[in-house]
Design a protein around this ligand. Structure first.
Ligand code: GLV
Ligand code: MN
Ligand code: MN
Length: 414
């Protein structure tokens, strides 16, 4: 029997590349801090370009800073199959979130090359710009702009905590790679497949190495800006204070109570709180906090999210409050035929798979809007993610890359 493309996936090479990429932005606690468009991300892209060059893959980028490595197909004019994820990370991120999707796609393409076959369609490995939304909010800017869900002009002026704009970050990236051509945004895509660690405990607990992702739960994010007045901590009368920190914490407590859910399906998170001037003896004149709200049902997400502004206003006390909704992303289901592609590939390789929804967000949310999309999950240790302790096994990563190789070969063959 002839070898399938999956048989050319090399577990140790895939693992080694995770360890090598993790040097770019490595933290003291064995994690990764690789912010979008940073020097660390530039270094990581340089490494990817080198690995791609060994296979004859051509790098290119676009105006939103997305990064591609293209394997030419027998029909170069055909729309490509895309596969990847992101290589930016959270500040205390791990070695696998996002990176796995890009390296699994590279491994799958290398396996296809090593099998001696050339797919009909080109296959492009992609690292989307700023998936995490950590340096620049909101996340998934690159894939959202690619899919036409956000305008380029909306992301360019967004600033990081130091005041540096996305436009400047994109210029830094372009400057680092003068030989990488830029192509038009929104080029047609035949299909998109994203491999990712599950970031939850289900696959590990149930003993499956492959998850066929059925869809992604909905998410709404908000930025709440509270304005009070700076005042002297020793002299300002309590009744005259406009303490933005006290107002913000009252809002957060009230929101948290309103969003409480005994069944633990509603996910409400305030992950960022900034105050100004942030000095021990000054009443805080400004507070800014983030809200990340998720639910698998559109009706519930709609109802809860629609209460945010009223709850903030009711708890503002003497301060002024402004609520901006940054992302409104309703729950989605991937096409059944694309789920079948992944399930079928796992079956052909005799790998146990189970269907499960994604509780985390992914770039495939936006690609789903422009082409048939699918996701492949592999287990991660104890479901831990967005944490330096994030961990996965070489075997599970390899199984996922094998399924990806089969799936890409099938999709790029028609
Ligand atoms: C993606 O990183 C998410 O926050 O769901
Ligand atoms: Mn991710
Ligand atoms: Mn993430």
């Amino acid at each position: 029997m002839s070898k399938s493309v999956a048989d050319h996936v090399v577990r140790d090479r895939l693992w080694e590349r995770h360890m090598l990429l993790a040097r770019h932005g490595a933290t003291a606690a064995n994690g990764v801090n690789r912010q979008a468009l940073s020097a660390a991300e530039i270094a990581a892209r340089r490494e990817l370009i080198g690995w791609g060059a060994d296979l004859g893959l051509k790098p290119y980028s676009d105006a939103a800073g997305n990064f591609f490595l293209r394997l030419e197909g027998r029909d170069p004019a055909a729309a490509p199959v895309l596969s990847g994820s992101h290589i930016d990370s959270q500040p205390t991120g791990g070695k696998f979130d996002g990176v796995y999707g890009v390296l699994a796609a590279l491994e799958a393409v290398q396996a296809i090359c090593d099998s001696g076959q050339t797919p009909v369609r080109p296959i492009e490995i992609v690292a989307w710009m700023n998936e995490e939304g950590s340096r620049f909010a909101p996340g998934m800017m690159g894939s959202a702009v690619y899919a036409g869900d956000m305008a380029l002009g909306d992301i360019l002026p967004v600033r990081d905590a130091e005041g540096i704009t996305v436009a400047q970050g994109l210029a830094d990236m372009a400057h680092a790679f003068p030989d990488v051509p830029q192509r038009a945004l929104g080029r047609p895509v035949a299909a998109y497949v994203e491999a990712h660690i599950e970031q939850g405990p289900v696959l590990e607990q149930k003993g499956f190495s492959i998850g066929v992702v059925t869809g992604i739960q909905g998410k709404r994010t908000f930025r709440v800006s509270v304005s009070g007045e700076d005042a002297h901590a020793g002299t300002a009368a309590l009744r005259e204070r406009k303490d933005a920190l006290l107002a913000a914490t009252a809002m957060i407590q009230a929101l948290s109570a309103a969003m409480h859910d005994d069944e633990d399906i509603v996910k409400f998170t305030v992950g960022r709180l900034e105050i100004k001037p942030n000095a021990p003896s000054v009443v805080a004149g400004h507070a800014l906090f983030s809200i990340d709200l998720r639910h698998p049902l559109e009706s519930r997400l709609r109802e809860l999210g629609d209460r945010v502004t009223d709850i903030c206003t009711a708890n503002a006390g003497p301060c002024a409050v402004e609520v901006d909704e940054l992302v409104t992303a309703w729950p989605l289901e991937f096409p059944a035929a694309m789920q079948d592609e992944v399930r079928g590939a796992a079956q052909r390789l005799s790998l146990r798979s189970m269907d499960l929804p994604s509780a985390a967000g992914h770039d495939s949310r936006y690609l789903h809007g422009v082409c048939p999309a699918a996701m492949i999950f592999v287990p991660c240790k104890d479901g831990i993610s967005h944490n330096e302790a994030e961990s996965a096994t070489p075997e599970d990563l390899c199984d996922g890359a094998r399924v990806l190789a089969e799936t890409l070969m099938a999709l790029a063959g028609r």
